[in-house]
Design a protein around this ligand. Structure first.
Ligand code: GSH
Length: 430
């Protein structure tokens, strides 16, 4: 019964869409229901053939002549990916992906939506993504003896390069200090900052855009066993060292104030200076993101003689950052992150993505949806598969960089998928 009602509804809406009475700017359920492959057509006022435009293809405009390239007007920018509505997808797809001598395998569109993204045009012309990373933080970005950068942030940079170019080797890693990270972004030294950076409203309203949460951390304290401390509440009257310009500095100050503790907060301009002071015994404790403290501890001469105290005094949602001035670029970074998380959720693994077999089920739906929608951002149809082929899905990245396959051996904990007791949750991509 329900099936008959729905079938009747579909027929009715299609009739509405093709009827001569359809005029420009009328709303067509048919377009919404049929997607880009539907048989529906529209006519503009006067009966001339039209094509669907606008978000959800809810408007009709005159169809372009065969040789006409899409305009760079905002309307066209939205419409370009959907222009396939008027012709079979197979005919329009190869024409949409334009290879150039400078970036033959980029998969980026020559015109349409891409024309509005200065950043993507620049990245493409340069032939590499400039990605700001931590200078030396085990688990997030640390240079190996062979010179390659290892860690979750470094892998995220690769993932974005794979999305943009289909080739992660087009990542140029730019190590940046804590104090210079935002200036590096604002000054155009980097396209993207993936550097254990906490998403806060304060930063968000100052021209920065966080693409999402790559890793959930919290602030803690590390101290030498020699001090005999078991709780942060024993820090009163002691020297606690932090790095200047971090959320750690602000949170520790607030924590001591609100706990009426007279701990002395010492700020250092660089991590190197802070660690030197700690090693020399000039700090009774360090305060910072807990995972970073585990990393720092692993680098000490006698790691087992230092403890991370149990208190977690803040929320530190770490995420990739871009400037707020370029909508398409923000979307590319945001959906790359969402794609990694969704890939784990649907079981799209690195071996599966790298194999020759066609994907099926949820993995196929994800890659196809990401491919179709990614065209609006100038990405290739296979961009998400390229990403997972290169760095794996979120879970695989986590295990290799921070989890059991890494020197840190961190538990997934809160960073597990929402289906497995964590809070990692990405919006659908179809
Ligand atoms: N997540 C915090 C802290 C980030 C941060 O820069 N932490 C320092 C202290 S652990 C760091 O990573 N230093 C390493 C370096 O400067 O190379 C924030 O965004 O402010």
């Amino acid at each position: 019964m329900l099936g008959r009602v729905l079938a009747g509804f579909a027929a009715l809406t299609c009739v509405v869409a093709v009827a001569p009475a359809v005029v420009a700017d009328s709303y067509r359920l048919c377009a919404l229901r049929e997607g880009t492959k539907g048989p529906c057509t529209c006519e503009v006022k006067g009966g001339a053939p039209g094509e669907f435009v606008g978000v959800a293809r809810s408007r009709c405009r005159p169809a372009p002549t065969a040789a006409k390239k899409p305009d760079a007007t905002p309307d066209t920018a939205i419409a370009a990916p959907n222009a396939a509505a008027a012709t079979p997808a197979a005919e329009t797809k190869p024409a949409a992906v334009v290879a150039t001598p400078t970036a033959p395998a980029s998969g980026l569109l020559e015109t349409g939506a891409l024309a509005t993204s200065r950043r993507i045009v620049d990245i493409r012309a340069r032939g590499k993504l400039l990605c700001g990373i931590n200078t030396d933080l085990l688990g997030f970005s640390k240079q190996s003896e062979s010179g390659s950068w290892i860690g979750l942030d470094a892998d995220f940079c690769r993932a974005v390069a794979a999305a943009v170019f289909g080739d992660a080797s087009k990542t140029e890693f730019v190590p940046v200090e804590t104090s210079e990270r935002f200036e590096a972004l604002k000054g155009g030294k980097i396209d993207l900052l993936a550097r254990n950076t906490t998403w806060t409203m304060d930063r968000d309203v100052q021209g920065l855009e966080f693409a999402g949460i790559l890793y959930i951390d919290g602030q803690g304290f590390m101290t030498s066993d020699a001090r005999g401390l078991v709780s942060a509440q024993q820090l009163a009257g002691l020297r606690v060292c932090v790095e200047a310009g971090t959320t750690s500095e602000a949170n520790a100050g607030y924590y001591f104030k609100s706990h009426k503790s007279d701990a002395e907060l010492r700020s250092f301009p660089t991590r190197a200076a802070m660690m030197e002071a700690y090693v020399k015994g000039e700090c009774d404790a360090l305060s910072g993101d807990r995972t970073a403290l585990f990393s720092e501890r692993a680098g000490l001469a006698d790691p087992e003689t230092h403890a991370i105290l149990p208190e977690v005094i803040s929320k530190e949602p770490l995420g990739p950052v871009v400037l707020q001035d370029d909508r398409e670029w923000i979307e590319v970074v945001r959906w790359t992150l969402a794609g990694l998380i969704n890939a784990e959720e649907v079981g799209l693994t690195k071996p599966l993505a790298a194999g020759d077999a066609a994907l099926d089920g949820d993995a196929a739906r994800l890659v196809e949806g990401a491919g179709k929608n990614g065209e609006s951002l100038g990405l290739s149809r296979s961009w998400l598969r390229d990403v997972v082929k290169t760095v794996g899905n979120y879970g695989e990245m986590f295990e290799a960089d921070l989890g059991k396959g890494s020197p840190l051996g961190m538990e997934r904990g809160i960073n597990a998928l929402w289906k497995r007791g964590g809070v990692l949750y990405a919006p659908p991509m179809w």
